[in-house]
Design a protein around this ligand. Structure first.
Ligand SMILES: [Zn+2]
Length: 247
């Protein structure tokens, strides 16, 4: 995959078109002599590929990582980034604590999925694919937790705005805006999801949130698993979604 500059300060390591790899996009915000990541790879292997791409483009070292939400494919590469500040919403931190407690009792998570949460099978299979074994999975816990709906991260002269939007996909979803660049990073917040943090019934895209985001002025929207959108390509994508879900 090619790391791609989408605005003055923002680069994107795009989602892998090979869906089976479950590698969502990662945002790299470069401010002066440091970089901030929005998500950080689904595994050490994915994160190392991003590191190499950053080095090839001469991007500065990562000092901070922001987790978009608790799903493993967005954050399980955190362990390769060394000693960095990891920023997450309180709900994300709580989910990660519970997930790690389950994973530390491997037999328990297998039973739990089989008997109580069959929709988690996709997550289980994905971790096996990326890691080989649940026991190798390791989530890095946040070092800075915020409770507020809005949180600002000032890096040099650049302001990164975080908003806890919650929604259908996972109620801990946090999006990031870089207003100076007209960029918005939403990860999976606009989708439905049958996994951790949401009910299996919540499969429909989050049309209420989509409507709100679409009404804002931005030039680039980066989501987790589909694309890097312009307002025009985003409108086209929404037309298709609305037809599919008869909205
Ligand atoms: Zn997700």
């Amino acid at each position: 995959m090619e790391l791609r500059q989408v605005s003055q300060h923002v680069w994107v390591y795009p989602t892998d078109p090979n869906r089976a790899l479950i590698r969502p996009s990662v945002g790299v915000v470069v401010a002066d002599d440091q970089s901030v990541l929005y998500d950080c790879g689904n595994s050490p292997l994915h994160a190392q590929a991003i590191q190499q791409a950053m080095q090839a483009h001469g991007l500065p070292p990562v000092r901070q990582i922001v987790y978009s939400h608790c799903h493993w494919d967005h954050l399980a590469g955190a362990q390769v980034w060394g000693k960095v500040e990891v920023i997450a919403h309180r709900l994300t931190a709580d989910y990660l604590e519970r997930i790690m407690a389950r994973i530390n009792q491997r037999a328990d998570i297998v039973r739990y999925i089989q008997e109580e949460a069959p929709w988690l099978q996709v997550l289980y299979d994905g971790v096996i694919e990326a890691y080989g074994d649940w026991e190798l999975y390791h989530a890095v816990m946040p070092t800075h937790i915020f409770d507020e709906p809005y949180w600002r991260l000032q890096v040099d002269k650049l302001c990164l705005e975080l908003e806890h939007v919650g929604g259908n996909h996972s109620d801990d979803s946090v999006i990031m805006r870089i207003p100076q660049d007209g960029v918005i990073l939403v990860a999976d917040a606009l989708y439905g999801s049958p996994t951790v943090g949401s009910k299996p019934s919540a499969l429909s895209p989050d049309f209420a949130l989509i409507k709100r985001i679409q009404a804002e002025s931005w030039q680039v929207l980066v989501d987790g698993h589909i694309d890097v959108f312009t307002p025009v390509t985003f409108s086209r994508y929404l037309e298709k979604l609305r037809r599919r879900y008869a909205r």
